[in-house]
Ligand binder design. Structure first.
Ligand code: SF4
Length: 342
């Protein structure tokens, strides 16, 4: 069984140091090697004695796996396939833009939420990722040193693995870790309520809620877990928090032809979000086989966007990236690599 140093917090690394016969301050040295210098083996920790490195190596490894496969899109987007400790695979997407380089990370292998429009849902839940496996996605992509932003929008529902997700956010934002501003990170959720409150209370990162339909009954057809956490409760919780400053909440809305793209939907969406400082991101749907949902036309996207903007909701259409390598929204899946699945 692998035991990663990667993914441990500073107090945990101090405890590891003591266990290996080192003074507690060596925990900070370990954090520097892992999170500032991005080493991949304990042998590289050259300011620790050979004896200490040997003691550490008996129980731990630095952590993270090299990608098993990398695919490059015509638009510069790259999709990495990483093995996990549990023997599954996850996908991570690097999206280059003019001013930023964003990493879209996975928080679980598979997902148990069952959203109908999502390829990840088809493989079901396989395993939660540890904080080390989440952080390893940042450390083991070729663009590690160029990354400017992160979105937790890859495989899995981050709130369904909230402890490890929060720990990874601490490592990314702590001064002893990656020291990123929380404003560089957006965590997505379909609105898993008890955990979403923890995200709001215990981190200062941006939040993105996958909404896709403002009517409970209709949303439940697209997203079966809606019945556990009604939209009104999700919005009521968000309204208790302040998004008028630097922290943002946004709503993701995939537009399906004839399903959620009418003026009735736009009006209800505007009503639901009234009084909340937020933005809406409209997303193009990428059709998947066996699912009778179709993408709304470009004209309909534009009409829906303009309708919401007229209602006072700041609305944009998100550019679709990496579609030719199935890296775009809703297309992440490792079905073909998993022999245990049909
Ligand atoms: S959209 Fe997100 S929450 Fe829904 S099944 Fe896919 S990965 Fe899970």
């Amino acid at each position: 069984m692998y035991s990663f140093l990667l993914g441990k917090t500073l107090p945990e690394l101090a405890a590891v140091a003591i266990q290996a016969g080192l003074p507690p301050f060596a925990g900070k040295q370990l954090a520097d090697w892992l999170y500032k210098k991005n080493i991949t083996t304990i042998a590289e920790m050259s300011n620790l004695s050979k004896t200490a490195r040997e003691a550490l190596s008996k129980q731990y490894e630095a952590g993270g796996f090299a990608p098993a496969e990398v695919q490059c899109s015509q638009d510069g987007t790259k999709k990495y396939l990483f093995p996990t400790i549990s023997g599954h695979f996850i996908e991570t997407v690097m999206i280059p833009e003019a001013e930023r380089t964003t990493l879209c990370v996975s928080s679980q292998a598979g997902c148990r939420m069952g959203c109908r429009f999502c390829m990840t849902a088809r493989q079901g839940f396989q395993a939660n990722l540890s904080a080390g496996e989440i952080i390893a996605q940042f450390c083991r992509v070729d663009e590690c040193g160029q990354l400017t932003n992160a979105v937790y929008m890859g495989m899995g529902e981050p709130m369904d693995n909230i402890d490890e997700v929060l720990k990874s956010l601490e490592i990314l934002t702590a001064p002893w870790g990656w020291a990123w501003s929380p404003r560089r990170i957006t965590v997505s959720t379909i609105g898993v309520l008890p955990a979403m409150q923890r995200l709001l209370d215990e981190s200062r990162c941006h939040v993105a809620v996958s909404l896709h339909n403002p009517f409970d009954a209709e949303r439940q057809v697209l997203m079966p877990m809606q019945k556990a956490w009604p939209l009104a409760d999700v919005i009521a919780l968000l309204k208790k928090y302040d998004f008028t400053g630097q922290r943002r909440v946004s709503f993701e809305y995939i537009l399906f032809a004839g399903v959620n793209d009418s003026p009735r939907h736009a009006n209800e969406l505007a009503r639901l979000l009234q009084g909340l400082e937020c933005r809406v991101n409209l997303i193009r749907f990428h059709a998947i086989s066996g699912v009778p949902l179709q993408p709304a036309s470009e004209m309909q996207l534009e009409k829906f966007k303009n309708h919401l903007n007229r209602k006072g909701l700041l609305t944009t259409v998100r550019a679709s990236r990496g579609q030719d390598i199935s890296a775009a929204c809703g297309l992440l899946s490792t079905l073909k690599q998993s022999p245990a699945l049909p």
